[in-house]
Design a protein around this ligand. Structure first.
Ligand code: GLU
Length: 429
């Protein structure tokens, strides 16, 4: 992502804010500890395939606009590529590359049989009508469909895409292959092959890893104040579930500002307000902080950045007051930010573990679509819990064994699994 955009602290260096550099740095630390040979390192560091497409779209006023989109497939050693598609004005290839690699490591940490991929389209969905969004989504699908498919690459929602976007992708793909192919994409509406529990899965996974990490820190929900950056599918659902578990959620934010109430927010009422007005602003039982300036530095025990990349950096990490950071977003902490948090003894549950609940239930959705047999919400939630709890403890054990932080622990688990499979399969020539 470029420097100095609306959501990013100015002054952090360009390298620090480049998500692909961050990913490569984290990868390098773990690869050293695993004593990975140079060749395997090269293979696992680079994306396997990158596609850039130009997409003409007929706008509502009759003009033609050309959009740019990407799909990056990082690695498919362990199965088809898996990962979301985001629509945002500042999408760029380095960001999509990093996000694709993070998906490889994420799928490996929770041990589901997928590799990693990611897609992005440069656009501002707020300035597009529903019809324009539909035409753009269908054109993007048609442009990348040679590399998609239930056994090749299976997209899902990400920033500014949702169940409706996935329905359009499924339909466009199905019309081309001449049969309804639900398993080509996950995060669909339930009526067309979506899974119960998928919509809440990322937030539920965040709640579950908070619970496991809190046990390690010897804290109970009642004496834990929580600040959540974001209020969407990850932050909003996560905050609601944490509130239900008895945590005191003192702040949540959207792209315009943050709510703050040191006595705790009534999260169901906040979410009702947000659904009604589309913004947090105007909710009466809390203070409103415009632009969320300083939200991450509010007094709390648990901080959940669940918005976007590069939020905890060399510029603000020394002012974070939490004891525990759980990364709901992908890449919210830069490498330098992590070093500062480490030096201050703040525990960080990394993105590739903390937000893996979404892709885990995506896996369940893909399995159900292929079986044509659908599970109850209770089954989905209890299988998700098993996966998240097991993954958390395998990462914590690995971190303890090597005396490293949880992020490096997660990379060690993930890279080791992918490297083993890579060696088993051998090099095709
Ligand atoms: N976009 C989500 C993520 O970053 C979900 C990916 C998926 O379900 O494939 O993990």
């Amino acid at each position: 992502m470029s420097e100095g955009t609306k959501n990013q602290p100015a002054n952090a260096s360009r390298d620090e804010l480049n998500p692909f550099h961050s990913m490569a740095h984290q990868f390098g630390l773990a690869a050293d500890l695993l004593e990975l040979d140079e060749g395997t390192r090269d293979v696992l560091r680079q994306p396997d395939r990158e596609l850039t497409v130009s997409m003409p779209v007929m706008m509502d006023d009759g003009t033609i606009e050309v959009f740019t989109g990407y799909r990056v497939q990082h690695n498919f050693s362990r199965g088809p590529c898996k990962g979301g598609i985001r629509f945002a004005p500042d999408v760029n290839l380095d960001e999509v590359r990093a996000l694709a690699a993070w998906m490889t490591w994420k799928c490996s940490v929770v041990d589901i049989p997928f590799g990693g991929g990611k897609g992005g389209v440069i656009c501002d969905p707020r300035n597009l009508s529903q019809g324009e969004l539909e035409r753009l989504t269908r054109r993007y699908t048609a442009s990348i469909m040679d590399i998609l498919g239930p056994d090749r690459d299976v997209p899902a929602p990400d920033m500014n895409t949702n169940e409706q976007t996935m329905a359009w992708i499924m339909d466009t793909y199905s019309m081309h292959v001449r049969r309804t192919t639900t398993a080509v994409v996950t995060g669909k509406p339930i009526a067309i092959g979506g899974s119960k529990g998928r919509r809440e899965a990322t937030g539920r996974g965040v709640m579950l890893v908070c619970r496991e990490a809190m046990k390690k820190l010897g804290r109970s929900p009642e004496d834990t104040r929580v600040v959540v950056q974001g209020c969407g599918n990850v932050g909003g659902v996560g905050a609601l579930l944490l509130h239900r578990e008895g945590y005191k959620v003192v702040s949540v934010s959207d792209m315009y500002g943050a709510l703050y109430n040191p006595d705790g927010l009534d999260m169901p009422a906040v979410m009702d307000h947000l659904r009604g007005s589309g913004r947090l602003e105007g909710y009466s039982s809390a203070d409103y902080i415009v632009n969320s300036e300083g939200q991450l530095e509010l007094p709390c025990e648990l901080l959940i950045p669940a918005a976007t990349e590069n939020q905890i950096t060399s510029k603000n990490a020394d002012r974070i007051q939490a004891e525990l950071v759980v990364e709901g977003a992908n890449g919210p902490t830069t490498s330098r930010g992590q070093e500062i948090l480490d030096s201050r003894g703040i525990m960080v549950v990394p993105d590739i573990l903390a937000n893996a609940g979404g892709v885990t239930v995506s896996y369940f959705e893909w399995v159900q679509d292929r079986m044509g047999y659908f599970w109850t919400e209770e089954i989905v939630n209890s299988r998700l819990e098993q996966v998240m709890v097991r993954a958390f403890h395998s990462v914590a054990d690995m971190a303890e064994k090597h005396n490293v932080n949880l992020r490096t622990g997660a990379y060690l688990v993930a890279i080791d699994r992918v490297a083993r499979v890579y060696r088993m399969r051998g090099v095709f020539a």
